[in-house]
Design a protein around this ligand. Sequence first.
Ligand SMILES: Nc1ncnc2c1ncn2[C@@H]1O[C@H](COP(=O)(O)OP(=O)(O)O)[C@@H](O)[C@H]1O
Ligand SMILES: [Mg+2]
Length: 315
Amino acid sequence: MAMIETVNLTKKYGELIALDNLNLTIDEGTCFGFIGPNGAGKTTTIKILATLLKPTWGEARIDGKTVGYQNHLIRPLIGYVPDFMGAYQDMTVAEYLEFFAACYGLTGAKRETTIADVLALTDLSYKAASEVNGLSRGMQQRLAVARVLLHDPKVLLMDEPSSGLDPRARIEMRELLKELRRMGKTILISSHILYELGELCNAVGVIEQGKLIFAGPVSEIMARAKVGQVVQLVVEERTNEAAELLGKLKGVLRVDIADESGVRRIDVTLEPNAVLSPSELASRLLANGFRLARLHPEQVSLETAFMRLTKGIVS
Ligand SMILES: Nc1ncnc2c1ncn2[C@@H]1O[C@H](COP(=O)(O)OP(=O)(O)O)[C@@H](O)[C@H]1O
Ligand SMILES: [Mg+2]
């Protein structure tokens, strides 16, 4: 059954069409990655689902209940983690959670055990007595998640929870999200980085300028967008020959030579889901007598993907 559903969801800000007939269906227990560049309409969609914004037309439903008509029934079901957490002056982590637990009507022993549970789940137990403002950004993000778990919602709406986090904090956030997925929560998580959601989500939707342009499993999206990893290589001499050699390898989609302030760089685009790894490219070159000055596997971002698609380089 669809836990989250939008039907021709449209939102206009004045003349600007931020969402254009968006149709999403997210089944119960799914971790759905909502991907799109800045300004695509992710936050607008999430705020509507969180009952904080009204659609201009169309409908949004959570567990069959309609936003704008049954908000009081929707709010207990959802936990919304906004893209920006406000500042909480002079408050400890425990006080912060006690405040929100009280808002949700939790009292006495139930309140204390619930707070202890969410602190343990988000790995923040040892920070209970610390000031919220003194926490790292990664911890603050986990605290924001802890807060929305207090009322044990079925649905989590998370707006770019990993943005601004360092690599370690990103991994910790991903582990936390995996744990929530295992608990059976339905999760909608937005990001502008495609690879970030790959191993976490069982489905993704790609939004651009308010329109859903792909929806389905991650592997299918990468293949349909013809997005493969790009590996940048610089060899000490015989660049053309090296490019030719790489172009013949199975798993290589295309090879380009770029000029980087006088240095000739080879950009190898691997096929989506390529079996070939960047280090294999290096060993092939070395085996053929080339000397490698640089090897840099680029992370595939959605922006890169769309740049290539819209430029018509791959289609
Ligand atoms: N309150 C607002 N008033 C006017 N325009 C807005 C408002 N909020 C968002 N927009 C515009 O709507 C579009 C979608 O924004 P948003 O949903 O924030 O995208 P995303 O979260 O994907 O970056 C953008 O063009 C943005 O500038
Ligand atoms: Mg946003």
